[in-house]
Design a protein around this ligand. Structure first.
Ligand SMILES: CC(C)(COP(=O)(O)OP(=O)(O)OC[C@H]1O[C@@H](n2cnc3c(N)ncnc32)[C@H](O)[C@@H]1OP(=O)(O)O)[C@@H](O)C(=O)NCCC(=O)NCCS
Length: 170
C-alpha cells in the first residue's frame, strides 16, 4: 500500500503537466463515453483547463503525488451542473495513474481534497463508470459529514451525484 499521498495545489506553471495527465484520463474515459473523440493531431482537447489555472478562487487544480511522484490530478470548481447551489464545490475531474490503482491512493486523495476545499462538495459520476461509482461510494464511507445520493440525467445516460456536507455545516 502507498502510504504517503499528497495533494499539491497546481498553478499556471503546471499547465503542460496537467495537460499530459488529461490525455491519459480522457483516453481512459473514452472507453466509456463514445462521443469523446481524439483530434486529428492525436491529442484530446480539454478546453476548460486554462480556467483552472488563472488563480481565480472559484476554480482549483491539484496534482496528486504518491511517495513524492506524480500520481494523478483533480479539478474542482464552485457550482455543480447538477445542483442549484452556487457555493458548492464540484469535483469536475479526478484521476489516478493506472499503475497506482487499487492501493488506496484515490481514496486518500479524495478525503484530502474534500478537506482542503472545505464546505459542501459534489461528485458526479456516470453510472456506466462502474469502477468509479464503487470507488466514490467507498471513499465517501469515510467522509465525516452528511452525504446525499441523487440521480441526475444530463443526457439520456443516468448519472449519480453525491452531495457532501461537513459536520460543522449540518
Ligand atoms: C476511480 C479511480 C480514481 C480510483 O482510484 P484508486 O486509487 O484505484 O482507488 P482506491 O485504490 O483508493 O480504491 C478505493 C476503493 O474504491 C473501490 N474500487 C477501486 N477500484 C475499483 C475497481 N476497479 N473495481 C471496483 N471497485 C474499485 C474499492 O472499494 C476500493 O476499496 P478497497 O481499497 O477497500 O478495495 C481510478 O480508477 C481512476 O482514475 N479511474 C479513471 C478515471 C475515473 O474514472 N475517474 C473518476 C471520474 S468520476
Amino acid at each position: 500500500m502507498t502510504t504517503n499521498v499528497s495533494l499539491q495545489e497546481a498553478n499556471a506553471a503546471d499547465a503542460a503537466r496537467l495537460d499530459n495527465l488529461l490525455q491519459l484520463y480522457i483516453h481512459d474515459l473514452s472507453a466509456l463515453f463514445p462521443h469523446v473523440e481524439l483530434s486529428d493531431s492525436g491529442r484530446y482537447t480539454y478546453a476548460p483547463l486554462a480556467s483552472y489555472l488563472t488563480g481565480v478562487p472559484e476554480r482549483r487544480a491539484f496534482l496528486l503525488r504518491a511517495d513524492g511522484r506524480l500520481a494523478g490530478f483533480a479539478l474542482a470548481r464552485r457550482g455543480s451542473p447538477a445542483l442549484p447551489e452556487a457555493e458548492v464545490w464540484d469535483v469536475a475531474e479526478f484521476f489516478v495513474l493506472r499503475r497506482l490503482r487499487g492501493a488506496g491512493v484515490g481514496r486518500t486523495a479524495a478525503l484530502r481534497l474534500w478537506e482542503q476545499l472545505g464546505g459542501a462538495c459534489t461528485v458526479r459520476v456516470s453510472n456506466a463508470n462502474v469502477r468509479a461509482l464503487s470507488f466514490w461510494r467507498r471513499a465517501i464511507a469515510e467522509y465525516r459529514g452528511k452525504v446525499r445520493e441523487l440521480s441526475w440525467s444530463p443526457s439520456t445516460e443516468p448519472w449519480t451525484v453525491f452531495h457532501l456536507q461537513p459536520n460543522d455545516e449540518t
